[in-house]
Design a binder for this molecule. Structure first.
Ligand code: ZN
Length: 214
């Protein structure tokens, strides 16, 4: 509910807006007096109807929606942003970090937008699988697995470490380097069919995953 002060302020703002309308003076005066005569409830309804404010509920959903729409990890897992995918299961995807700390730095992104504490255990299983691969294919001496989150989307860092290569700081990896690593690390298996219909606009495919008939 709006208090008296808020009502006064809002009415002033609306009146000022009305004054700038490109309509005959008579219409302006009519609109202004209409606004003046509104009580708080009517005013609130008026604001909601004119989308000047959102009702509490729609505001919440809208915020959540925006968050998920803009969440880079949601966009990646929905293939709306191209990525260097090396593995996938029903719950999460494994992609190469484009700003890696070390060579082969991979992140496991759960497909669901949920924070760190809700990362599915299956994602950790995938992380361990990738970790083994980093050791066998890239000869990593040690692999660190830790959970983190960005804009409320929990994910898992899988970071290989090498005795002869000290990690300094994250830096953008060369595209050609990422492609090479992807070819080395990708798990070639039957493609997982997406549950939802693919949008007509096909995302740029970065991986070549041939279908292997068992
Ligand atoms: Zn997300």
């Amino acid at each position: 509910m709006l208090n008296e002060q808020e009502i006064k302020k809002i009415k002033e703002q609306i009146t000022a807006q009305i004054k700038s309308w490109q309509v005959p003076e008579e219409q302006k005066q009519q609109a202004i007096s209409q606004v003046e005569s509104m009580n708080s409830e009517q005013l609130e309804q008026f604001l909601i109807q004119n989308k000047l404010i959102k009702s509490e509920q729609s505001e919440k959903t809208a915020t959540q929606q925006t968050q998920e729409n803009q969440c880079p990890f949601c966009l990646i897992s929905e293939n709306k942003i191209p990525s260097y995918k090396i593995d996938e299961d029903s719950k999460s995807i494994a992609i190469l970090e484009i700003n890696p700390l070390t060579k082969g730095h991979t992140i496991i992104i759960p497909k669901k937008h949920q924070d760190t504490e809700k990362i599915p255990s299956q994602a950790f299983t995938l992380a361990k699988k990738i970790s083994k691969k980093l050791k066998s294919k890239l000869k990593a001496d040690n692999v660190e697995i830790n959970a983190s989150s960005i804009s409320g989307h929990g994910f898992i860092n899988v970071m290989p470490f090498y005795k002869n290569q000290k990690p300094t700081q994250r830096k953008k990896a060369e595209e050609s380097e990422l492609k090479k690593l992807q070819e080395k690390l990708i798990t070639k298996k039957r493609e997982i069919k997406p549950k939802t219909k693919k949008s007509s606009k096909k995302p740029k495919k970065l991986e070549k995953a041939p279908v292997r008939v068992p």
